[in-house]
Ligand binder design. Structure first.
Ligand SMILES: [Fe+2]
Ligand SMILES: [Fe+2]
Length: 188
């Protein structure tokens, strides 16, 4: 398996999580006065997925392994796609923090929290959908073609190390099981 195949596979999970996030937000917004503990708890679980799996694991694989290899293969450090992707990762982190804050406000009954949550979720979704399309269609093909095979093999090993070190063994599988449950609960 190529390193970019692993990342693309992870993108599928991220896109599924974004769809569920949209659905949960619709349900919270449909009845903003009545706090539904189940939706709030599922939303919090999704935010943990974005913070832990997407940022600590997927983005770390890109920032610490893929992007350096792309720069090594000749892509510009500044003004190129790598810099643009890094900036989008930063924006994503900020939006996840905004969603956590809005969810906490909603839990404590702050007026307007539902609107803030929906707005941040919408911006995050738009950002990530475009980001994933750019990586899948532009950046990853550049990696497949430009990074020497032995380096690509080493990248797969480095991905495994990141996964074990940063999120721990089994966490990836736990998140996948959660997404599978959410898929059947929210996306039927
Ligand atoms: Fe990325
Ligand atoms: Fe990515």
């Amino acid at each position: 398996m190529k390193p970019t195949d692993i990342l693309k596979e992870e993108h599928h999970g991220v896109k599924l999580a974004l769809k569920v996030l949209g659905r949960i937000n619709e349900r919270i917004a449909a009845n903003p006065g009545a706090l539904d503990a189940a939706y709030v708890s599922d939303c919090a679980k999704l935010l943990d997925f974005f913070r832990v799996f997407v940022d600590k694991c997927h983005h770390a694989k890109e920032e610490e392994v893929l992007f350096p290899a792309l720069l090594e293969s000749g892509l510009p450090r500044e003004g190129g796609p790598v810099q643009a992707m890094l900036a989008e990762h930063d924006t994503g982190r900020r939006l996840v923090a905004e969603m956590y804050a809005a969810l906490a406000d909603y839990r404590s009954g702050t007026p307007g929290a539902v609107t803030d949550l929906a707005a941040a979720a919408q911006r995050y979704t738009q950002l990530l959908v475009n980001h994933i399309a750019t990586e899948d269609n532009i950046l990853y093909p550049l990696a497949d073609a430009g990074i020497p095979q032995p380096v690509q093999d080493g990248m797969v090993e480095a991905f495994e190390e990141i996964e074990t070190d940063r999120i721990g063994l089994g966490t990836h599988e736990q998140f996948h099981a959660m997404l599978k449950e959410f898929k059947s609960a929210y996306l039927k």
